[in-house]
Design a protein around this ligand. Structure first.
Ligand code: CAA
Length: 272
């Protein structure tokens, strides 16, 4: 097992993250359990960096949290005057009028990069969630392709209750999974969804007893690794595009993807 190495490990630790890579599997752990894995801007920058520098060997990314919670969301100190040492204080910049709309847009886009890469076709991302996944924590779980929940998981889109909107790329997967009306109900009441309800709402592929979370993730990873990576990537891309295409367009996309696969397999056979 290898960490990110040297000072990179130090940067990740300062951002409240840990990365381990074992062959084809990377595990990203939110690692500020004493703050219930609250995340800051630095955490999201570090997450983006993990995505940008992921070894080519990796095809599965597990995202999990240390301790009793997956993540309590944004570190609420980000909203307090003075913010967090060494980080941009949005509250201060807005209060003193020094952050214009373009700057705010760029900063949030920058933070969103920490979440967006988890949808890349060349990896399958799996959120392993125990305890609370609140606000940005829920959005991080929603950014993953698949979610396995411990039976004590509690999901909450808290942002509207704080006067904000969910802005870390979580609204689209939420609507895609539960539909616009249920998504509205969940967000506009900011209520907590139990693991059992999450399974009913299709917010979780699997719910297991808390003590079985790691084992369930291992089983899923083994099953995912048993499918050839190129076929998995092509299939993920095809499935991701399906909601935005007509049947006609999707059929054409299937033909194109299959032709590419057939050619690749034939070339592989020819090489022996
Ligand atoms: N930010 C900063 N500190 C946090 C935190 C957060 N989000 N969540 C927990 N902590 C701190 C607590 O203040 C506490 O610190 P002390 O030990 O110094 O008192 C410590 O972590 C442990 O927390 P609790 O004692 O509260 O632990 P708990 O297990 O009883 O409760 C919890 C856990 C339900 C997550 C509770 O801590 C909580 O409700 N936290 C706040 C959740 C929240 O509102 N998050 C923001 C959501 S919005 C968002 O994420 C997106 C956005 O962009 C706005």
């Amino acid at each position: 097992m290898a960490g990110a190495g040297g000072s990179a490990d130090g940067d990740l630790e300062a951002a409240g993250l840990r990365l381990s890579v074992t062959g084809e599997v990377a595990t990203v752990t939110l690692a500020r359990p004493e703050r219930r894995n609250a995340m800051t801007g630095r955490t999201w920058e570090a997450l983006a960096h993990v995505g940008q520098t992921l070894p080519e060997s990796v095809r599965i990314v597990i995202v999990t949290g240390e301790g009793s919670s997956f993540s309590s969301g944004i570190d609420l100190n980000m909203f307090r005057p003075g913010g967090i040492e060494g980080e941009v204080s949005l509250t201060d910049r807005i209060a003193d009028g020094s952050a214009d709309d373009a700057e705010l847009d760029a900063l949030i886009a920058h933070y969103q990069e920490g979440f967006r890469w988890l949808r890349r076709p060349d990896v399958v991302s799996v959120a392993a969630v125990r305890g609370h996944a609140i606000g940005a924590g829920f959005q991080l779980a929603l950014s993953c392709d698949l979610r396995i929940l411990a039976d004590d998981a509690q999901l909450c889109m808290k942002e509207p209750a704080l006067g904000l909107v969910p802005d870390l790329t979580g609204t689209k997967p939420l609507v895609d999974l539960v539909g616009p009306n249920r998504a509205m109900e969940l967000c506009l009441t900011a209520r907590t969804v139990s693991a059992a309800e999450a399974r009913e709402l299709r917010l979780a592929e699997l719910v297991v007893e808390s003590g079985q979370l790691e084992g369930a993730v291992d089983d899923l990873v083994a099953a995912l690794l048993a499918v050839p990576r190129e076929a998995a990537a092509a299939t993920k891309e095809l499935l991701q595009g399906a909601p935005g295409r007509t049947l006609e367009e999707q059929s054409a996309a299937e033909r194109r993807a299959q032709a590419a696969r057939l050619r690749a397999l034939a070339a592989q056979d020819a090489r022996g």
